[in-house]
Design a protein around this ligand. Structure first.
Ligand code: MG
Length: 294
């Protein structure tokens, strides 16, 4: 099932929950007053809500695609969790760029974890405000993101899949110069509009093998990133175990699993984002996240 948060352009109602169907129209879950009005609550209570949502697909009113504006599907409780240097080829290109202020080994021995501020969240189709970056070094990072279902602390890798609700797509847009200057990644990753997410949350049951997915990023139609999720250095269970060893993961928390090789900083000279650029992150089976830079 593909769950979305959307604005209904006909009724004027905003932040509605829905199910995105194959034809592109959206089942309007706001028609059922027994369902929550916000994605985080829907994910947290999914055990009780899965059946009425499935029933709604057969009976609830539908909104045609042209009357739908998709929003970032979820606003997590915690900051957006992210993983640095989680594909070998990207770790090497990043080390080679000279922008890795951590000055550690190119390929990490343990997961590199950082977060993006919630205020960086952006909708599918929203504008990424690269012109607000005075350094002119904004870069794209297409990523598979995991959405946590049942939360907790001290989760074990062997139990991790029971805590995964589903998947979405994130573009971990980054100001490279700020990332380099301040050593810690947070500032360079957290500018407003620098975390496009969506278009949908695909429930885990629709993805029998997450390692079979591919992450593909294009800029203005030119393929820049294309790698299988099987190439992750630290897999999803390891990431859940590592983060939850410290942070209490909440239902609806999002872990962006890292970006493959092919980011702008990996080119010589670097190919940063400019106003007018369109970035598309496509994970077949999960969705395509498209944003334009202004
Ligand atoms: Mg990233």
């Amino acid at each position: 099932m593909k769950l979305v948060t959307f604005d209904n352009l006909v009724s004027g109602r905003t932040g509605c929950l829905g199910v995105l169907e194959e034809a592109g129209d959206v089942v309007d879950l706001t028609a059922d007053p027994a369902l929550p009005t916000e994605m985080r609550a829907l994910v947290a209570g999914w055990g009780a809500y899965a059946a009425p949502v499935a029933a709604a697909r057969g009976s609830a009113p539908r909104v045609t695609r042209s009357a739908v504006r998709l929003r970032a599907p979820i606003r997590p409780a915690n900051n957006i969790m992210c993983v640095g240097k989680n594909y070998v080829a990207h770790a090497r290109e990043f080390a080679g760029s000279g922008f890795d202020a951590s000055q550690r080994e190119a390929v990490p021995q343990a997961p590199v974890i950082f977060t993006k501020a919630l205020s960086s969240l952006a909708d599918p189709g929203a504008e990424v405000e690269v012109s607000a970056d005075p350094t002119g070094t904004s870069d794209y990072e297409g990523e598979l993101a995991v959405v946590i279902g049942r939360g907790g602390r001290g989760l074990r890798a062997q139990d991790a899949w029971e805590h995964v609700f589903g998947y979405t797509v994130v573009n971990d847009v980054t100001v490279r110069e700020v990332q380099r200057r301040h050593v810690q990644f947070f500032l360079g990753k957290s500018a407003a509009t620098y975390c496009p997410m969506g278009p949908a949350i695909v429930t885990r049951d629709e993805v029998p093998d997450v390692t079979a997915l591919r992450v593909r990023t294009t800029v203005n139609g030119e393929l820049r990133q294309d790698a299988p999720v099987a190439d992750l250095i630290f897999d999803v269970p390891t990431l859940v175990e590592t983060i939850s060893a410290t942070v209490r993961l909440e239902p609806g928390d999002v872990i962006a699993t890292g970006t493959p090789a092919g980011v702008g900083i990996g080119f010589d000279p670097p190919r940063y984002l400019r106003p007018g650029d369109t970035v598309e992150v496509e994970i077949p089976g999960i969705g395509t996240l498209t944003n334009t830079c202004v």
